[in-house]
Design a protein around this ligand. Structure first.
Ligand SMILES: Nc1ncnc2c1ncn2[C@@H]1O[C@H](COP(=O)(O)OP(=O)(O)OP(=O)(O)O)[C@@H](O)[C@H]1O
Ligand SMILES: [Mg+2]
Length: 255
């Protein structure tokens, strides 16, 4: 039991005693350092809830989550804020870039919040922008750049602090297929070349086929796992579609 992140018997209920919904039912799994992992499942199956437990945005009803052997379900608010700041990076569906700041300022803001030295901040942000190919547009504002460039800025912001875990909830949900492919290629490169550990929630089988391992949730429980191994992405995609057909009805790309 030495996993990088261990999710142990996590349960989540919403609502009051009289009107209680069980959203996660004894979910257990591990995430290894350097994995690119996907979570799939029908709408309402608990994917976002699970991500919110891991990101400590929301609390578990019972169970434990160990992050490098530290139980993050027992931390107080102050320690949680520090934990998030030092360990996590987020890529949101709508990217959450601030329109009044340039691309570079958006990235630097994520670092300034950590109280680093200006010189270090500038060097690190330059390096990250170079890695993601957005240095040439660093002085533009988000509304002046393409959707694909915005995503890469959002990725740079998630990556700039070298988080141990990057969490992404439906990052390709609002994108056309070309931009989605660019984002997924960026994630793959972040994972393979920079060693980032990524957990991505997605409905979409095409997006999921970029992952190395996928957990399938149904009614708040893990009901299947797929490992890509040496499969090509196309072969893996077909395996994913086979599993989705078993879940009964949640057609990929339906939303
Ligand atoms: N804050 C909340 N209060 C009450 N119920 C909630 C809350 N958040 C989520 N739920 C319920 O928990 C269930 C799981 O929601 P969740 O958002 O995790 O699903 P999901 O798998 O991410 O779905 P989608 O694919 O549509 O994003 C749903 O039935 C939802 O209505
Ligand atoms: Mg969701």
């Amino acid at each position: 039991m030495s996993g990088f992140i261990r999710i142990c018997d996590v349960e989540k209920y919403y609502g009051t005693k009289a009107n209680m919904t069980k959203v996660l039912n004894r979910v257990s799994f591990e995430i290894n350092s350097g994995e690119f992992m996907g979570i799939m499942g029908p709408s309402g199956s608990g994917k976002t809830t699970l991500l919110n437990m891991l990101s400590t945005i929301d609390t578990v009803t019972s169970g434990h989550i160990y992050f490098e052997n530290q139980d993050i379900t027992t931390l107080n608010e102050e320690k949680l804020a520090l934990f998030r700041k030092h360990n996590l990076g987020f890529v949101f569906q709508d990217f959450n870039l601030l329109d009044t700041l340039t691309i570079e300022e958006n990235i630097i803001l994520a670092m300034s919040l950590q109280g680093k030295e200006k010189k270090e901040i500038n060097a690190r942000s330059r390096q990250t922008m170079d890695q993601l190919g957005i240095y040439p547009i660093k002085d533009k504002f988000p509304y002046e750049v393409s959707g694909g460039q915005k995503q890469r800025c959002a990725c740079a912001r998630a990556l700039v602090n070298e988080p141990k875990l990057i969490l992404a909830d439906e990052p390709t949900g609002a994108l056309d297929s070309k931009s989605a492919t660019t984002l997924l290629d960026t994630f793959t490169s972040m994972n393979e070349n920079l060693g980032a550990t990524i957990l991505m929630v997605t409905h979409d089988a095409f997006s999921a086929s970029y992952c190395k391992r996928i957990l399938f949730l149904k009614d708040g429980e893990i009901f299947h796992e797929l490992v890509r191994g040496n499969d090509t992405r196309r072969v893996f995609l077909n395996k994913i579609l086979d599993v989705l057909s078993l879940t009964g009805g949640d057609v990929p790309d339906a939303e």
